[in-house]
Design a protein. Structure first.
Length: 200
């Protein structure tokens, strides 16, 4: 477990921060930006849960996702060394990273929620009830995190585990489906009406 006895350390006053490996990087480094953006996703989901506390199906899913997002962030902050050796240890001494089982769980929840939704006949505008609106916001931040992770993966000498990338890709799909579920199972989705205001 992580033990935080002191919140400020002054070690970041020079504009750098430490990865799980102990390596220090600039705070605008692409890897830092990637897991920092996932932290934004987590914060938006936390805000969303203010509106889902009474939902016995959706709220426990969001709670689990918040915990799993920390696994994704840990995965990103502990890259393999240049010699290929893994660093950073999780439960049981294994490298703390995202697993395919976590991705599969997300897929199962997507299918579970989607089974009850009204058919989608247009693109959806972000909105509806407060929970849905916040889930749409979480989805867009999640897509930004995914773009940063793909850009990071394409940098020479950098790596992103396939499961981490799959998890974030699948999470944005989950957040979209969950937003529709929150909108009375799609009945109160706000639909795009193409060209509606072009001649007004």
């Amino acid at each position: 477990m992580v033990v935080l006895n002191r919140i400020y350390t002054r070690t970041g006053d020079d504009g750098t921060t430490a990865l799980g490996t102990g390596e220090r990087r600039k705070k605008y480094d692409l890897r830092i930006s990637a897991y920092g953006t996932l932290d934004e996703v987590n914060a938006v989901i936390g805000l969303t849960r203010l509106a889902t506390t009474g939902d016995a199906q959706l709220d426990p899913m969001l709670a689990r996702i918040q915990n799993d997002l920390f696994d994704v962030e840990a995965d990103l902050c502990m890259p393999q060394r240049a010699d290929g050796a893994s660093v950073g240890k999780g439960p049981g001494g294994a490298r703390l990273n995202v697993t395919d089982a976590q991705v599969e769980w997300l897929e199962q929840q997507i299918d579970r929620l989607n089974a009850d939704l009204a058919p989608l006949r247009s693109f959806i505008l972000p909105g509806g009830c407060p929970a849905a609106a916040h889930l749409h916001l979480a989805r867009t931040v999640c897509r930004r995190a995914e773009r940063l992770m793909v850009e990071l993966k394409d940098q020479p000498g950098e790596e992103v585990t396939p499961a981490a990338l799959k998890y974030v890709n699948r999470l944005s799909d989950f957040l979209f489906v969950a937003s529709r579920y929150a909108n009375d199972k799609g009945a109160t989705d706000v639909l795009w009406q193409p060209g509606k205001n072009r001649n007004q």
